[in-house]
Design a protein around this ligand. Structure first.
Ligand SMILES: C[S@@+](CC[C@H](N)C(=O)[O-])C[C@H]1O[C@@H](n2cnc3c(N)ncnc32)[C@H](O)[C@@H]1O
Length: 481
Protein backbone atom coordinates (compact mmCIF):
# COMPACT_ATOMS: atom_id res chain seq x y z
CA UNK A 1 0.00 0.00 0.00
CA UNK A 2 0.97 3.59 -0.03
CA UNK A 3 4.48 3.81 1.35
CA UNK A 4 4.50 7.59 1.25
CA UNK A 5 1.53 8.57 3.39
CA UNK A 6 -1.20 10.32 1.39
CA UNK A 7 0.91 11.22 -1.62
CA UNK A 8 1.14 9.20 -4.77
CA UNK A 9 3.39 6.16 -4.45
CA UNK A 10 6.90 6.64 -5.74
CA UNK A 11 7.80 4.75 -8.88
CA UNK A 12 9.02 5.53 -12.36
CA UNK A 13 6.32 5.32 -14.99
CA UNK A 14 7.29 3.28 -18.04
CA UNK A 15 5.36 2.22 -21.16
CA UNK A 16 7.45 -0.80 -22.11
CA UNK A 17 9.26 -3.47 -20.20
CA UNK A 18 12.86 -2.68 -19.37
CA UNK A 19 15.42 -5.41 -19.64
CA UNK A 20 17.78 -5.40 -16.76
CA UNK A 21 19.86 -8.54 -16.89
CA UNK A 22 19.69 -9.24 -20.60
CA UNK A 23 18.94 -7.46 -23.85
CA UNK A 24 15.57 -7.44 -25.58
CA UNK A 25 15.35 -10.28 -28.11
CA UNK A 26 16.46 -9.13 -31.53
CA UNK A 27 13.91 -10.57 -33.86
CA UNK A 28 15.30 -11.84 -37.16
CA UNK A 29 13.30 -10.99 -40.25
CA UNK A 30 12.63 -14.65 -41.03
CA UNK A 31 11.07 -15.04 -37.58
CA UNK A 32 8.47 -12.36 -38.15
CA UNK A 33 5.08 -13.94 -38.75
CA UNK A 34 3.17 -12.05 -41.40
CA UNK A 35 -0.60 -12.50 -41.50
CA UNK A 36 -2.71 -12.67 -44.64
CA UNK A 37 -5.31 -10.05 -43.71
CA UNK A 38 -6.41 -7.53 -46.34
CA UNK A 39 -7.82 -4.18 -45.30
CA UNK A 40 -11.42 -3.73 -46.48
CA UNK A 41 -12.99 -0.37 -45.59
CA UNK A 42 -16.41 -2.04 -45.40
CA UNK A 43 -15.34 -4.73 -42.99
CA UNK A 44 -14.02 -3.33 -39.72
CA UNK A 45 -12.71 -6.75 -38.71
CA UNK A 46 -10.67 -7.20 -41.89
CA UNK A 47 -7.51 -5.44 -40.72
CA UNK A 48 -6.25 -7.90 -38.13
CA UNK A 49 -9.42 -8.47 -36.18
CA UNK A 50 -10.42 -11.72 -34.56
CA UNK A 51 -9.79 -13.77 -37.71
CA UNK A 52 -6.17 -12.63 -38.08
CA UNK A 53 -3.74 -15.54 -37.84
CA UNK A 54 -1.51 -13.55 -35.54
CA UNK A 55 -4.40 -12.62 -33.25
CA UNK A 56 -5.42 -16.26 -33.10
CA UNK A 57 -1.95 -17.15 -31.82
CA UNK A 58 -1.73 -14.18 -29.41
CA UNK A 59 1.03 -12.56 -31.45
CA UNK A 60 1.08 -8.90 -32.39
CA UNK A 61 1.69 -7.91 -36.01
CA UNK A 62 5.02 -6.27 -36.69
CA UNK A 63 4.84 -2.70 -37.98
CA UNK A 64 6.20 -2.45 -41.50
CA UNK A 65 5.40 -6.09 -42.21
CA UNK A 66 1.63 -6.29 -41.75
CA UNK A 67 -0.24 -6.21 -45.08
CA UNK A 68 -2.84 -3.92 -43.48
CA UNK A 69 -0.24 -1.23 -42.81
CA UNK A 70 -1.57 1.63 -40.70
CA UNK A 71 -5.00 -0.03 -40.51
CA UNK A 72 -3.67 -2.99 -38.58
CA UNK A 73 -5.56 -3.31 -35.31
CA UNK A 74 -3.24 -5.89 -33.88
CA UNK A 75 -0.54 -3.70 -32.36
CA UNK A 76 -2.25 -2.75 -29.13
CA UNK A 77 0.67 -3.46 -26.82
CA UNK A 78 3.07 -1.61 -29.08
CA UNK A 79 0.78 1.40 -29.45
CA UNK A 80 -0.37 1.40 -25.80
CA UNK A 81 -4.01 1.33 -26.90
CA UNK A 82 -5.57 1.49 -23.48
CA UNK A 83 -8.99 2.79 -22.45
CA UNK A 84 -8.95 5.77 -20.11
CA UNK A 85 -8.03 4.61 -16.63
CA UNK A 86 -7.89 6.45 -13.35
CA UNK A 87 -5.81 5.95 -10.25
CA UNK A 88 -7.74 6.22 -6.99
CA UNK A 89 -7.20 5.54 -3.32
CA UNK A 90 -9.22 2.64 -1.98
CA UNK A 91 -10.44 2.54 1.59
CA UNK A 92 -8.48 -0.46 2.66
CA UNK A 93 -6.23 -1.75 -0.13
CA UNK A 94 -4.00 1.19 -0.89
CA UNK A 95 -4.26 2.51 -4.43
CA UNK A 96 -6.41 1.00 -7.13
CA UNK A 97 -7.26 1.54 -10.78
CA UNK A 98 -10.66 2.52 -12.17
CA UNK A 99 -12.16 2.29 -15.64
CA UNK A 100 -12.83 5.90 -16.55
CA UNK A 101 -14.85 4.82 -19.58
CA UNK A 102 -16.91 1.77 -20.47
CA UNK A 103 -14.78 -1.24 -21.34
CA UNK A 104 -16.03 -4.15 -23.41
CA UNK A 105 -15.59 -7.81 -22.56
CA UNK A 106 -12.37 -9.08 -24.13
CA UNK A 107 -10.91 -5.60 -24.54
CA UNK A 108 -7.22 -5.05 -23.93
CA UNK A 109 -6.99 -2.83 -20.86
CA UNK A 110 -3.30 -2.25 -20.16
CA UNK A 111 0.08 -3.92 -20.24
CA UNK A 112 1.72 -4.99 -16.98
CA UNK A 113 5.09 -3.29 -17.50
CA UNK A 114 8.12 -3.37 -15.30
CA UNK A 115 11.70 -4.50 -15.19
CA UNK A 116 12.26 -7.93 -16.68
CA UNK A 117 14.54 -9.76 -14.27
CA UNK A 118 15.71 -13.30 -13.73
CA UNK A 119 13.88 -15.54 -11.32
CA UNK A 120 16.90 -15.48 -9.04
CA UNK A 121 16.97 -11.71 -9.05
CA UNK A 122 13.25 -11.76 -8.26
CA UNK A 123 13.97 -13.90 -5.22
CA UNK A 124 16.67 -11.53 -4.05
CA UNK A 125 14.55 -8.46 -4.64
CA UNK A 126 11.65 -10.06 -2.79
CA UNK A 127 13.90 -10.53 0.20
CA UNK A 128 15.13 -6.97 -0.07
CA UNK A 129 11.63 -5.50 -0.30
CA UNK A 130 10.55 -7.71 2.55
CA UNK A 131 13.43 -6.52 4.70
CA UNK A 132 12.58 -2.90 3.88
CA UNK A 133 9.02 -3.46 5.05
CA UNK A 134 7.38 -2.99 1.67
CA UNK A 135 3.87 -4.31 2.06
CA UNK A 136 2.78 -4.43 -1.56
CA UNK A 137 3.87 -7.04 -4.05
CA UNK A 138 4.56 -5.97 -7.62
CA UNK A 139 6.63 -8.86 -8.94
CA UNK A 140 4.90 -11.21 -11.35
CA UNK A 141 6.20 -14.33 -12.97
CA UNK A 142 6.71 -13.97 -16.72
CA UNK A 143 7.94 -17.43 -17.65
CA UNK A 144 9.88 -20.27 -16.08
CA UNK A 145 13.03 -18.15 -15.78
CA UNK A 146 11.94 -14.56 -15.63
CA UNK A 147 9.75 -12.16 -13.72
CA UNK A 148 8.49 -8.62 -14.17
CA UNK A 149 9.15 -6.33 -11.26
CA UNK A 150 6.97 -3.21 -11.27
CA UNK A 151 8.08 -2.08 -7.82
CA UNK A 152 10.39 0.70 -8.95
CA UNK A 153 9.35 1.05 -12.57
CA UNK A 154 6.02 0.13 -14.04
CA UNK A 155 2.80 1.06 -15.77
CA UNK A 156 -0.54 1.88 -14.15
CA UNK A 157 -1.25 -1.86 -14.20
CA UNK A 158 0.80 -2.10 -11.02
CA UNK A 159 -2.10 -0.50 -9.18
CA UNK A 160 -4.72 -3.05 -10.12
CA UNK A 161 -5.79 -4.90 -7.01
CA UNK A 162 -6.60 -8.56 -6.61
CA UNK A 163 -10.12 -9.96 -6.52
CA UNK A 164 -11.36 -13.50 -6.08
CA UNK A 165 -14.16 -12.55 -8.46
CA UNK A 166 -12.29 -10.33 -10.88
CA UNK A 167 -13.54 -8.37 -13.89
CA UNK A 168 -10.20 -8.68 -15.70
CA UNK A 169 -7.69 -11.40 -16.40
CA UNK A 170 -4.09 -11.65 -17.52
CA UNK A 171 -3.00 -12.97 -20.89
CA UNK A 172 0.39 -13.44 -22.42
CA UNK A 173 1.12 -12.13 -25.88
CA UNK A 174 4.17 -12.36 -28.08
CA UNK A 175 5.32 -8.97 -29.26
CA UNK A 176 8.48 -8.66 -31.39
CA UNK A 177 9.72 -11.98 -30.11
CA UNK A 178 9.16 -11.21 -26.42
CA UNK A 179 6.35 -12.39 -24.15
CA UNK A 180 4.38 -9.52 -22.65
CA UNK A 181 1.61 -9.60 -20.07
CA UNK A 182 -1.65 -7.81 -20.73
CA UNK A 183 -4.70 -7.20 -18.58
CA UNK A 184 -7.90 -7.94 -20.50
CA UNK A 185 -11.54 -7.35 -19.53
CA UNK A 186 -13.36 -10.57 -18.67
CA UNK A 187 -16.72 -8.86 -18.95
CA UNK A 188 -18.25 -5.52 -19.85
CA UNK A 189 -16.97 -3.03 -17.29
CA UNK A 190 -18.94 0.17 -16.79
CA UNK A 191 -17.08 3.44 -16.30
CA UNK A 192 -16.31 4.07 -12.65
CA UNK A 193 -15.74 0.39 -11.78
CA UNK A 194 -12.56 -0.69 -10.06
CA UNK A 195 -10.47 -3.05 -12.17
CA UNK A 196 -9.25 -6.30 -10.65
CA UNK A 197 -7.75 -9.61 -11.62
CA UNK A 198 -6.86 -12.78 -9.79
CA UNK A 199 -3.23 -12.50 -8.73
CA UNK A 200 -2.58 -16.22 -8.47
CA UNK A 201 -0.18 -15.31 -5.72
CA UNK A 202 2.81 -17.46 -5.17
CA UNK A 203 3.15 -18.44 -1.53
CA UNK A 204 6.67 -18.38 -0.12
CA UNK A 205 6.02 -18.50 3.57
CA UNK A 206 5.71 -14.76 4.01
CA UNK A 207 2.87 -12.98 5.76
CA UNK A 208 -0.69 -14.21 5.51
CA UNK A 209 -2.48 -11.22 4.07
CA UNK A 210 -6.21 -10.94 4.49
CA UNK A 211 -7.96 -10.51 1.16
CA UNK A 212 -10.24 -7.51 1.20
CA UNK A 213 -11.77 -7.98 -2.24
CA UNK A 214 -15.22 -8.41 -0.72
CA UNK A 215 -16.32 -11.05 -3.23
CA UNK A 216 -18.85 -13.59 -1.90
CA UNK A 217 -16.45 -16.33 -3.01
CA UNK A 218 -13.43 -14.66 -1.39
CA UNK A 219 -10.85 -17.17 -0.25
CA UNK A 220 -10.00 -15.13 2.86
CA UNK A 221 -6.32 -14.53 2.21
CA UNK A 222 -4.27 -13.57 -0.79
CA UNK A 223 -3.07 -16.86 -2.15
CA UNK A 224 -5.26 -18.95 0.13
CA UNK A 225 -6.06 -21.32 -2.68
CA UNK A 226 -2.43 -22.00 -3.42
CA UNK A 227 -1.18 -25.45 -2.76
CA UNK A 228 1.64 -24.29 -0.51
CA UNK A 229 -0.69 -22.16 1.55
CA UNK A 230 -3.20 -24.93 1.94
CA UNK A 231 -0.53 -27.41 2.87
CA UNK A 232 0.72 -25.06 5.55
CA UNK A 233 -2.58 -23.93 6.96
CA UNK A 234 -5.50 -26.07 5.95
CA UNK A 235 -5.79 -29.74 6.56
CA UNK A 236 -9.36 -30.16 5.63
CA UNK A 237 -11.90 -28.22 3.60
CA UNK A 238 -15.60 -28.98 3.55
CA UNK A 239 -17.57 -26.72 1.29
CA UNK A 240 -17.17 -23.32 2.92
CA UNK A 241 -15.54 -24.50 6.13
CA UNK A 242 -11.81 -24.81 6.28
CA UNK A 243 -10.13 -26.67 9.05
CA UNK A 244 -6.75 -25.24 9.72
CA UNK A 245 -3.78 -26.51 11.65
CA UNK A 246 -5.02 -24.45 14.59
CA UNK A 247 -8.36 -26.24 14.68
CA UNK A 248 -7.29 -29.83 14.74
CA UNK A 249 -7.88 -31.35 18.17
CA UNK A 250 -4.76 -32.65 19.82
CA UNK A 251 -4.37 -36.35 19.55
CA UNK A 252 -3.62 -38.08 22.82
CA UNK A 253 -0.90 -40.50 21.94
CA UNK A 254 -1.47 -42.33 25.21
CA UNK A 255 -4.92 -43.47 24.15
CA UNK A 256 -3.76 -46.23 21.90
CA UNK A 257 -1.37 -47.08 19.16
CA UNK A 258 -1.59 -44.12 16.76
CA UNK A 259 -0.37 -46.16 13.85
CA UNK A 260 -3.44 -48.33 14.03
CA UNK A 261 -5.90 -45.53 14.59
CA UNK A 262 -7.41 -43.33 11.93
CA UNK A 263 -7.13 -39.61 12.51
CA UNK A 264 -10.23 -38.18 14.12
CA UNK A 265 -12.25 -35.87 11.91
CA UNK A 266 -11.48 -32.31 12.87
CA UNK A 267 -13.90 -30.53 15.17
CA UNK A 268 -15.96 -27.76 13.61
CA UNK A 269 -13.80 -24.70 13.29
CA UNK A 270 -14.29 -21.95 15.80
CA UNK A 271 -11.67 -19.69 14.31
CA UNK A 272 -10.66 -20.91 10.90
CA UNK A 273 -7.45 -19.73 9.38
CA UNK A 274 -9.55 -17.35 7.37
CA UNK A 275 -10.56 -15.63 10.57
CA UNK A 276 -7.15 -15.17 12.05
CA UNK A 277 -6.30 -11.53 12.36
CA UNK A 278 -3.15 -11.11 10.37
CA UNK A 279 -1.26 -8.49 8.59
CA UNK A 280 2.26 -8.09 7.55
CA UNK A 281 4.55 -7.66 4.68
CA UNK A 282 3.84 -9.09 1.31
CA UNK A 283 6.55 -9.01 -1.21
CA UNK A 284 6.31 -12.43 -2.74
CA UNK A 285 6.16 -12.58 -6.50
CA UNK A 286 2.76 -12.99 -8.07
CA UNK A 287 2.32 -15.48 -10.82
CA UNK A 288 0.63 -14.48 -13.99
CA UNK A 289 -0.80 -17.56 -15.51
CA UNK A 290 -2.90 -18.57 -18.44
CA UNK A 291 -6.57 -18.75 -17.61
CA UNK A 292 -6.61 -22.39 -16.63
CA UNK A 293 -3.97 -22.07 -13.98
CA UNK A 294 -4.04 -22.91 -10.32
CA UNK A 295 -4.04 -20.06 -7.84
CA UNK A 296 -0.89 -19.63 -5.91
CA UNK A 297 -0.30 -17.37 -2.92
CA UNK A 298 1.50 -15.42 -0.28
CA UNK A 299 1.72 -16.24 3.38
CA UNK A 300 3.44 -15.77 6.70
CA UNK A 301 5.67 -16.89 9.50
CA UNK A 302 3.03 -19.19 10.96
CA UNK A 303 4.44 -21.58 8.45
CA UNK A 304 7.51 -21.75 10.60
CA UNK A 305 5.39 -22.60 13.62
CA UNK A 306 3.73 -25.26 11.57
CA UNK A 307 7.09 -26.80 10.87
CA UNK A 308 7.50 -25.20 7.48
CA UNK A 309 10.55 -23.42 6.15
CA UNK A 310 11.21 -19.99 7.53
CA UNK A 311 11.06 -16.88 5.49
CA UNK A 312 13.28 -16.29 2.53
CA UNK A 313 16.39 -18.22 3.25
CA UNK A 314 17.57 -19.17 -0.23
CA UNK A 315 16.86 -22.82 0.48
CA UNK A 316 13.47 -22.09 1.97
CA UNK A 317 12.55 -19.93 -0.95
CA UNK A 318 13.68 -22.57 -3.38
CA UNK A 319 11.63 -25.11 -1.52
CA UNK A 320 8.52 -22.98 -1.67
CA UNK A 321 9.13 -22.08 -5.24
CA UNK A 322 9.18 -25.76 -6.04
CA UNK A 323 5.96 -26.37 -4.24
CA UNK A 324 4.43 -23.48 -6.04
CA UNK A 325 5.60 -24.81 -9.38
CA UNK A 326 3.90 -28.06 -8.60
CA UNK A 327 0.67 -26.26 -8.04
CA UNK A 328 0.92 -24.51 -11.38
CA UNK A 329 1.81 -27.51 -13.39
CA UNK A 330 -1.03 -29.55 -12.05
CA UNK A 331 -3.45 -27.68 -14.19
CA UNK A 332 -1.47 -26.60 -17.20
CA UNK A 333 -2.31 -27.69 -20.70
CA UNK A 334 0.66 -30.01 -21.11
CA UNK A 335 -0.05 -31.86 -17.93
CA UNK A 336 -3.69 -32.22 -18.71
CA UNK A 337 -2.82 -33.82 -21.97
CA UNK A 338 -0.49 -36.33 -20.41
CA UNK A 339 -2.12 -36.47 -16.99
CA UNK A 340 1.10 -35.37 -15.39
CA UNK A 341 0.74 -34.56 -11.75
CA UNK A 342 3.35 -34.16 -9.07
CA UNK A 343 2.45 -37.32 -7.29
CA UNK A 344 -0.92 -38.09 -5.74
CA UNK A 345 -2.78 -34.86 -5.19
CA UNK A 346 -3.48 -33.82 -1.64
CA UNK A 347 -6.30 -31.68 -2.91
CA UNK A 348 -8.90 -33.77 -4.66
CA UNK A 349 -11.51 -31.81 -6.52
CA UNK A 350 -15.04 -31.94 -5.20
CA UNK A 351 -18.07 -32.06 -7.42
CA UNK A 352 -18.61 -28.35 -6.80
CA UNK A 353 -15.17 -27.63 -8.19
CA UNK A 354 -13.64 -26.81 -4.81
CA UNK A 355 -10.63 -28.56 -3.51
CA UNK A 356 -10.73 -30.79 -0.50
CA UNK A 357 -7.57 -30.93 1.52
CA UNK A 358 -7.19 -34.27 3.15
CA UNK A 359 -4.45 -35.61 5.31
CA UNK A 360 -3.05 -38.74 3.80
CA UNK A 361 -3.17 -41.47 6.36
CA UNK A 362 0.34 -42.58 7.07
CA UNK A 363 0.56 -46.30 7.60
CA UNK A 364 3.45 -47.19 9.83
CA UNK A 365 4.57 -50.24 7.93
CA UNK A 366 7.17 -51.11 10.53
CA UNK A 367 4.57 -51.43 13.26
CA UNK A 368 2.17 -53.15 10.95
CA UNK A 369 4.81 -55.67 9.97
CA UNK A 370 5.52 -56.42 13.63
CA UNK A 371 1.87 -57.21 14.19
CA UNK A 372 2.10 -60.11 11.77
CA UNK A 373 3.26 -63.26 13.37
CA UNK A 374 5.10 -64.53 10.32
CA UNK A 375 8.67 -63.28 10.04
CA UNK A 376 8.48 -63.83 6.27
CA UNK A 377 5.50 -61.51 5.93
CA UNK A 378 7.15 -58.87 8.08
CA UNK A 379 10.30 -58.90 6.01
CA UNK A 380 8.36 -58.80 2.79
CA UNK A 381 6.40 -55.79 3.98
CA UNK A 382 9.49 -53.91 5.06
CA UNK A 383 11.26 -54.61 1.78
CA UNK A 384 8.24 -53.46 -0.20
CA UNK A 385 7.92 -50.32 1.87
CA UNK A 386 11.52 -49.54 1.06
CA UNK A 387 10.88 -50.13 -2.64
CA UNK A 388 7.88 -47.85 -2.46
CA UNK A 389 9.88 -45.09 -0.82
CA UNK A 390 12.64 -45.42 -3.39
CA UNK A 391 10.16 -45.21 -6.24
CA UNK A 392 8.48 -42.18 -4.67
CA UNK A 393 11.84 -40.45 -4.26
CA UNK A 394 12.76 -41.25 -7.87
CA UNK A 395 9.47 -39.79 -9.03
CA UNK A 396 9.99 -36.62 -7.01
CA UNK A 397 13.50 -36.26 -8.39
CA UNK A 398 12.26 -36.76 -11.91
CA UNK A 399 9.59 -34.19 -11.33
CA UNK A 400 12.18 -31.64 -10.29
CA UNK A 401 14.24 -32.51 -13.34
CA UNK A 402 11.47 -32.16 -15.87
CA UNK A 403 9.70 -29.23 -14.26
CA UNK A 404 11.60 -26.60 -16.30
CA UNK A 405 10.80 -28.50 -19.48
CA UNK A 406 7.14 -28.67 -18.61
CA UNK A 407 7.10 -25.01 -17.72
CA UNK A 408 8.91 -24.00 -20.83
CA UNK A 409 6.43 -25.82 -23.00
CA UNK A 410 3.48 -24.56 -21.05
CA UNK A 411 4.54 -20.98 -20.90
CA UNK A 412 6.40 -20.29 -24.09
CA UNK A 413 4.53 -22.30 -26.62
CA UNK A 414 1.27 -22.82 -24.73
CA UNK A 415 1.76 -26.31 -26.04
CA UNK A 416 1.97 -29.72 -24.48
CA UNK A 417 5.05 -31.27 -22.91
CA UNK A 418 7.24 -33.24 -25.25
CA UNK A 419 6.49 -36.92 -25.71
CA UNK A 420 9.83 -38.05 -24.30
CA UNK A 421 9.30 -36.07 -21.10
CA UNK A 422 5.78 -37.39 -20.77
CA UNK A 423 6.95 -40.96 -21.36
CA UNK A 424 9.63 -40.64 -18.70
CA UNK A 425 7.03 -39.36 -16.31
CA UNK A 426 4.53 -42.09 -17.09
CA UNK A 427 7.22 -44.73 -16.65
CA UNK A 428 8.25 -43.38 -13.24
CA UNK A 429 4.63 -43.02 -12.15
CA UNK A 430 3.95 -46.62 -13.10
CA UNK A 431 6.96 -47.74 -11.11
CA UNK A 432 5.72 -45.96 -8.05
CA UNK A 433 2.19 -47.23 -8.47
CA UNK A 434 3.46 -50.76 -8.86
CA UNK A 435 5.58 -50.45 -5.71
CA UNK A 436 2.55 -49.17 -3.83
CA UNK A 437 0.38 -51.92 -5.22
CA UNK A 438 2.88 -54.59 -4.25
CA UNK A 439 3.08 -53.21 -0.74
CA UNK A 440 -0.64 -53.08 -0.19
CA UNK A 441 -1.13 -56.45 -1.86
CA UNK A 442 1.39 -57.89 0.60
CA UNK A 443 -0.49 -56.32 3.50
CA UNK A 444 -3.75 -57.83 2.29
CA UNK A 445 -2.09 -61.15 1.71
CA UNK A 446 -0.65 -61.00 5.22
CA UNK A 447 -4.06 -60.25 6.70
CA UNK A 448 -6.04 -62.81 4.76
CA UNK A 449 -3.45 -65.54 4.54
CA UNK A 450 -1.58 -65.20 7.78
CA UNK A 451 -3.17 -63.93 10.96
CA UNK A 452 -6.47 -65.64 10.47
CA UNK A 453 -9.19 -65.27 13.10
CA UNK A 454 -10.35 -68.63 14.37
CA UNK A 455 -13.24 -69.64 16.54
CA UNK A 456 -14.13 -72.96 17.98
CA UNK A 457 -16.69 -74.91 16.00
CA UNK A 458 -15.48 -73.91 12.57
CA UNK A 459 -13.82 -76.23 10.12
CA UNK A 460 -10.38 -75.07 11.11
CA UNK A 461 -7.63 -76.67 13.13
CA UNK A 462 -8.85 -77.26 16.68
CA UNK A 463 -7.75 -75.16 19.61
CA UNK A 464 -7.28 -76.41 23.11
CA UNK A 465 -10.35 -76.70 25.31
CA UNK A 466 -10.60 -73.80 27.70
CA UNK A 467 -8.85 -71.40 25.35
CA UNK A 468 -12.09 -70.12 23.94
CA UNK A 469 -13.01 -67.19 26.08
CA UNK A 470 -14.64 -65.35 23.24
CA UNK A 471 -11.44 -63.69 22.12
CA UNK A 472 -10.32 -63.93 18.57
CA UNK A 473 -7.24 -66.06 18.28
CA UNK A 474 -4.70 -66.18 15.55
CA UNK A 475 -3.10 -69.23 14.12
CA UNK A 476 0.41 -69.10 12.73
CA UNK A 477 0.44 -69.95 9.01
CA UNK A 478 2.95 -69.42 6.30
CA UNK A 479 2.24 -66.36 4.22
CA UNK A 480 1.96 -68.51 1.11
CA UNK A 481 -1.17 -70.20 2.41
C1 LIG B 1 0.17 -4.84 -7.27
S1 LIG B 1 -0.17 -4.04 -5.76
C2 LIG B 1 -1.72 -3.28 -6.07
C3 LIG B 1 -1.67 -1.83 -5.82
C4 LIG B 1 -1.57 -1.46 -4.38
N1 LIG B 1 -2.89 -1.44 -3.78
C5 LIG B 1 -0.88 -0.14 -4.20
O1 LIG B 1 -1.35 0.71 -3.41
O2 LIG B 1 0.15 0.09 -4.82
C6 LIG B 1 -0.54 -5.45 -4.80
C7 LIG B 1 -0.73 -5.15 -3.34
O3 LIG B 1 -1.94 -4.47 -3.08
C8 LIG B 1 -2.58 -5.00 -1.93
N2 LIG B 1 -3.79 -5.69 -2.35
C9 LIG B 1 -4.18 -5.91 -3.62
N3 LIG B 1 -5.35 -6.55 -3.65
C10 LIG B 1 -5.72 -6.76 -2.38
C11 LIG B 1 -6.83 -7.40 -1.77
N4 LIG B 1 -7.81 -7.94 -2.46
N5 LIG B 1 -6.86 -7.44 -0.43
C12 LIG B 1 -5.88 -6.91 0.31
N6 LIG B 1 -4.81 -6.28 -0.21
C13 LIG B 1 -4.72 -6.21 -1.54
C14 LIG B 1 -1.62 -6.00 -1.33
O4 LIG B 1 -0.80 -5.33 -0.40
C15 LIG B 1 -0.82 -6.42 -2.54
O5 LIG B 1 0.45 -6.89 -2.21
Amino acid sequence: MDQQGEGPPLYEHIYMNEFVYRKHVKQEEEDIVVCVCQFDANDPDSACGERCLNVLTSTECTPGYCPCGVYCKNQKFQKCEYPILRLFKTEDRGWGLLAAQNIEAGQFVIEYCGEVISWKEAEQRSQLYESKGLRDAYIISLNGNESIDATRKGSLARFINHSCQPNCETRKWTVSGEIRVGIFAKQDIPAGTELSYDYNFEWYGGAKVRCLCGAPSCSGFLGAKSRGFQEAFYLWEDDDTRYSVDNIPLYDSGEDDPSLKLPKPPAPATGTAAEDGVSGSLTSPMVIEPLNSVRIGSGDGEAAAAGEQTLYSPEAHHQFAQNAMISRIQSNAGCRKYHIEPGPSKFPRLANGKTKTVVKKQVNVKLLAESFASAGTSQELLALEEAKEEAAAALEALYDEIRPAIEEHERDTQDSVSTSVAEKWIEASCRKLKAEFDLYAAVVKGVTGNPRPLRRGRAVPPVTEGEDNGEIKYLEMSSSQ
